[in-house]
Write a protein that binds this ligand. Structure first.
Ligand SMILES: Cc1cc2nc3c(=O)[nH]c(=O)nc-3n(C[C@H](O)[C@H](O)[C@H](O)COP(=O)(O)OP(=O)(O)OC[C@H]3O[C@@H](n4cnc5c(N)ncnc54)[C@H](O)[C@@H]3O)c2cc1C
Length: 283
């Protein structure tokens, strides 16, 4: 193992992962929105940065022959938010991107940088879990793909191993459904105090995930089963109770744990009624 120093600008994923394998202390640099702030504050002082900005393979959004949609890790939030591909229930992902911070941050930040940092208040993680997205990870050993629900492991911790990087996010093929992301923040442009991502699939089943109410996005098969069969106010209340029981929120500057628990039923009701209305108007 060698110690790298300075800024490296690989042109391919193979070159980038070779650098990260040489020195697992080297940090990938994507949009820099978070990493540069951490460098300025000296929270992190890596000797080497591996810029991902020149790797074309991890930029942009495309539809694959099997209908899935690939979002390259270096795709900026503004481009994901502006995606016009027909995504069905996975439209929850661009909807979440459109609510990240403000235009300046959306112009800088990338989906790979966001999910690798794994702040529990981020907007993508619940959207990706509700959408049943997959995350592609590369290293010198090759590539592996994980469901988003397994990628987020704990507070600020992902399934990324030393020497690995995120290369893409895969969204399931258009299911003819609709998706929405409902975010509650103290002020416009802030991280979520709590959020709910909801996907009403083409077969009328519903999957949801709650953000900012625990170390990782909160989803529960029992809550999804209830919401798939009973979307009366009582059904939504029962599903919300299950989610509240499994929530593990913190008290922090964005709200108390108790306040966050109280937000879950309200945001869930709004999200479910929003996807139902969108589905009716699309029919
Ligand atoms: C003022 C401000 C407000 C914000 N508000 C919100 C908000 O409301 N909602 C929200 O969701 N986000 C918010 N963010 C976060 C922002 O959206 C970015 O997602 C985030 O800053 C990281 O993306 P980036 O591309 O800039 O990554 P960077 O800052 O470059 O990197 C972040 C971390 O990820 C690692 N990394 C980067 N790319 C990869 C990769 N491909 N593989 C493996 N590791 C990688 C880096 O080494 C670093 O540790 C905010 C950020 C700021 C500065």
């Amino acid at each position: 193992m060698t110690t790298l120093q300075g800024l490296y600008r690989p042109k391919t994923v193979a070159e980038a992962t070779a650098l990260l394998a040489q020195d697992p202390e080297a940090k990938p640099l994507a949009g820099g929105a978070t990493l540069v702030a951490m460098l300025n504050a000296r929270v992190l002082e890596p000797a080497a940065l591996v810029s991902l900005a020149d790797i074309d393979e991890i930029k942009g959004i495309s539809t694959l022959p099997d209908g899935r949609v690939r979002i390259g890790a270096f795709t900026r939030h503004r481009d994901t938010a502006a995606c016009t591909l027909p995504l069905g229930s996975c439209a929850v992902v661009p909807h979440a991107a459109s609510q990240i911070a403000n235009a300046t941050v959306r112009n800088m930040g990338t989906i790979g940088g966001s999910i690798s940092f794994a702040d529990p208040g981020l907007d993508y993680p619940p959207a990706l879990v509700a959408a049943k997205a997959e995350i592609e990870i590369a290293s010198t050993e090759g590539r592996r793909t994980l469901p988003a629900s397994e990628f987020f492991v704990d507070w600020y911790l992902t399934a990324l191993e030393p020497g690995e990087m995120v290369t893409a996010v895969y969204l399931p093929a258009n299911d003819g459904g609709v998706g929405t992301y409902v975010k509650h923040a103290r002020v416009a442009g802030d991280y979520a105090t709590a959020s709910v991502a909801a996907c009403l699939h083409g077969d009328a089943s519903l999957s949801v995930a709650v953000g900012a109410c625990g170390p990782t996005p909160l989803s529960d098969p029992e809550a999804d089963a209830i919401l798939s069969s009973d979307r009366s106010d009582a059904g939504i209340t029962r599903a919300a109770q299950i989610l509240v029981e499994h929530a593990d929120p913190l008290d922090d500057v964005r709200g108390s744990a108790d306040y966050r628990r109280q937000l879950i039923p309200r945001l869930l009701l709004r999200a479910v009624r929003t996807v139902e209305a969108a589905h009716r108007s699309a029919a």
